[in-house]
Design a protein around this ligand. Structure first.
Ligand code: MN
Length: 415
């Protein structure tokens, strides 16, 4: 018989269409965009804990926050900067002189200077013209360069802005010394094919020396779009642990890294075996639970219960596992319950060197299925009640807010 591979890999057929940067550097946004998620707050100590693991696993750049936000935030950035981590520490600033000075004061070696680019942001949020945005951007970039910082220039909502303005703005800041240009899909409206077209057009017009993308997950496409950007040759994609971030979040660090490694065979220099540990740490510190069915780090992503699947995985893991759980620091779990089949029981009995006759197995299976039905539902309902009340009403409640108004001495008068 001819020796054939166990599974076909058609990614090799499309390899010539991908132009990965070498190396791809990961720019982590967990401590800045991730923290902007409603209800999430990291203390300086917690930022340092997360930053330490991020650096240890091989992330290149860590956005530690926006120092001008508050004294605590500035302290957190200084704390992370002072830890002497291997990763480069970046802090963010609007194109406002005070913001840039706060980053310079923080001691961060890298700065991300951001301003909006789309017409809706300029007209309604910034109330600035394109020329004013350009002038403010140039002044901020020059100031940061004069202070010796590595400068990334970011526009919010890049992909909904007029391309001619984007070209003019990015070319100007690059000439003024910006080291890295960041294209943002701030509201997550790109799709892989359109984003590919967009980035190729951006590259053709702007010729970035070094570039990043910042993809949001409003339509569930952040990881797909970020992978597309890597395929086009973007050097430093933005990612967040567990896909944390504003609204539906950003591209997940673990999903982007492992997709590149496992699907395309790209060596990322990230220690993937610590990704689950990192994910659990961020879950704990952020208070945002990892969805049970989340790719790679979800509690179910390497669990099997259904008889057909368990049988397959026991015979050969490749049947229903595209990736060995150990790659991300996990183990597979065989769940006994309603959907269990005979093969799982035989395997389980082997653990203690026990064999059973067919009628005994049938009886055991009946008992396992019966006992598994509806198990844990009451506990889960109680958990869901708590979970919903926390996430449906995060932050300061209305009652608390009006009490603060009162305590502040603001008089509420009828209009
Ligand atoms: Mn963002």
């Amino acid at each position: 018989m001819e020796d054939s591979p166990l599974v076909e890999n058609f990614h090799v057929r499309t390899a010539s269409e991908r132009h990965f940067a070498d190396p791809i550097q990961f720019w982590d946004e967990t401590l800045r965009d991730g923290e902007q998620m409603p209800g999430v707050h990291f203390s300086p100590e917690e930022k340092l804990r997360i930053a330490t693991v991020l650096s240890d696993v091989g992330v290149s750049v860590i956005d530690a926050g926006i120092p001008v936000v508050s004294p605590e935030e500035a302290a957190a950035v200084r704390r992370v900067v002072g830890a002497g981590l291997k990763a480069k520490i970046l802090a963010s600033a609007r194109t406002v002189p005070g913001d840039v000075e706060a980053v310079i004061q923080s001691g961060a070696s890298h700065i991300a200077i951001f301003v909006a680019a789309s017409e809706v942001h300029l007209r309604y949020k910034l109330k600035m013209t394109q020329d004013q945005v350009l002038a403010a951007s140039l002044a901020s970039v020059r100031r940061a360069k004069d202070a010796g910082l590595h400068v990334a220039f970011v526009t919010e909502d890049t992909v909904r802005a007029p391309l001619d303005f984007v070209e003019r703005l990015y070319k100007a800041v690059q000439s003024a010394g910006a080291d890295r240009l960041v294209v943002s899909d701030t509201v997550g409206i790109m799709t892989p094919i359109t984003f590919r077209w967009y980035l190729e057009e951006f590259e053709r017009r702007v010729h970035p020396k070094d570039w990043s993308v910042h993809c949001h997950n409003d339509f569930g496409l952040a990881v797909a779009n970020t992978l597309t950007a890597c395929e086009v040759g973007v050097t430093a994609p933005h990612v967040c642990v567990n896909g944390l971030g504003e609204r539906a979040g950003n591209a997940s660090l673990e999903e982007v890294v492992v997709s590149l490694e496992a699907l395309y065979g790209v060596a990322t220099a990230i220690d993937t075996s610590r990704l689950f540990e990192l994910s659990r740490l961020v879950e704990e510190v952020s208070g945002v639970p990892i969805p049970a069915n989340k790719a790679l780090v979800g509690y179910n992503s390497f669990s099997h219960e259904a008889g057909i699947h368990t049988h397959g995985v026991l015979a050969h893991t490749l049947t229903y596992e595209p990736l060995q759980p150990e790659v991300v620091g996990r183990h597979r779990q065989m769940i006994l319950g309603k959907h269990t089949g005979k093969a799982a029981l035989v395997e389980k009995l082997k653990e203690r060197g026990v064999a059973a006759t067919d009628p005994m197995l049938a009886e055991l299976l009946r008992r396992v299925k019966e006992s598994g039905e509806g198990r844990g539902k009451e506990q889960l309902r109680a958990f869901l009640d708590t979970y919903r009340s926390l996430f449906e009403h995060p932050g300061i409640s209305d009652a608390e807010f009006w009490r603060m108004v009162d305590e502040t001495g603001i008089h509420i008068e009828a209009q």
